[in-house]
Design a protein around this ligand. Structure first.
Ligand SMILES: [Zn+2]
Length: 322
């Protein structure tokens, strides 16, 4: 609950003080209890980690970098802490969903494949070994099929009609928030110098594609729930009180708003990492660090003028995430 990602106001719930909200626990508690009683690991599924944003103003490239590494370490560490109180521990299955909407977000399938492969390598190197990867490429019934066929199959089996989606966006505050955030991302990702369309044309196009992405995301979520019936469904998006999905942050700090590791770069300031757009990190003069021959993250120097600071007071120790 400490790392829960609630919708604005959701923390108020119906509960006094810091006590966990009964209504928020209810959809998940029995699933967790069953696993604990059976002496088995608690399983979480988390759709996300699709691919890097195609916008070079936001990210460093196609492959997961330090931004993803930090999120993976945080989630792996969360499972380690669950293991301290429930020895069989917990597992998180990352349900990488880039394949299911690659054509809607202008990311070639080859980039999705490369991202997933590198993410898989990063997972296996984690100390707790609690994370694994699941993607549309793992669907037994779709093995060896072209990627377009997989997306068509998903639409056929789990898709909703355009009317149903529009009704969802109108009726459900959480879906509406997602729609607005996606529209913004999709608009920004095409707002590159080589684009010749007007802003309003790009905006219209972003709204159309946002519906498409929401449709595929929902279809993917339904498939994931059917595939992992005994898992607690996590979400990277903020959730309302009592939601069947449990919103989870991807860092202990949890101050990154709508930024995700795949829409951003990691920036280290005084030993503390945060997410930022690549363009913002560069604008503040942060230094790019390479790992294994690839761009990894930025290191920013302090923004307070050093002469004045050293004269007035000693450097305060950096607040570290707990
Ligand atoms: Zn609640």
């Amino acid at each position: 609950m400490r790392h829960r990602r609630g919708a604005p106001g959701a923390w108020r719930c119906d509960t006094p003080g810091d006590a966990p909200c009964e209504r928020c626990l209810l959809p998940h508690l029995e699933t967790v209890r069953q696993r604990v009683r059976a002496g088995e690991p608690v399983v979480f599924v988390l759709p996300g980690f699709p691919c890097k944003s195609p916008n070079p103003a936001k990210v460093l490239g196609v492959l997961p970098d330090r931004a993803e590494q930090l999120a993976l370490e945080f989630l792996d560490g969360l499972c380690a802490r669950i293991r301290e109180i429930h020895p069989p521990g917990a597992r998180i299955v990352l349900c990488s969903d880039g394949r299911v909407f690659s054509e809607l977000i202008d990311v070639p399938d080859a980039h999705i494949t490369a991202y997933q492969a590198e993410l898989g390598r990063m997972l296996t190197a984690l100390p707790g070994g609690a994370l694994s990867l699941f993607s549309a490429d793992d669907l037994a019934e779709m093995r060896g099929e072209p990627h377009e066929r997989v997306r068509a199959w998903l639409d056929d089996h789990y898709g909703e009609s355009a009317e149903e989606l529009r009704a969802q966006v109108r009726a459900d505050a959480e879906v509406l928030r997602l729609y607005r955030a996606l529209t913004r991302f999709l608009f920004e990702d095409r707002l590159t110098p080589e684009r010749t369309e007007s802003r309003s044309a790009l905006q219209r196009e972003a709204r159309r594609r946002a519906y498409g992405v929401i449709g595929r995301s929902r279809a993917w979520g339904t498939l994931v729930s059917a595939h992992f019936p005994e898992a607690v469904r996590l979400s990277i998006h903020p959730q309302d009180c009592g939601s069947p999905k449990f919103g989870i942050r991807l860092s202990a700090r949890g101050e990154d708003g709508w930024l995700t590791p795949w829409h951003a770069v990691a920036v280290e300031r005084d030993g503390v990492f945060a997410l930022s757009r690549r363009s913002e990190a560069e604008a503040e003069g942060a230094r790019l660090v390479h790992r294994d021959g690839r761009p990894s993250h930025f290191v920013a120097t302090r923004t307070v003028p050093p002469a004045r600071e050293s004269a007035d007071r000693p450097l305060a120790p950096a607040a570290r995430p707990t």
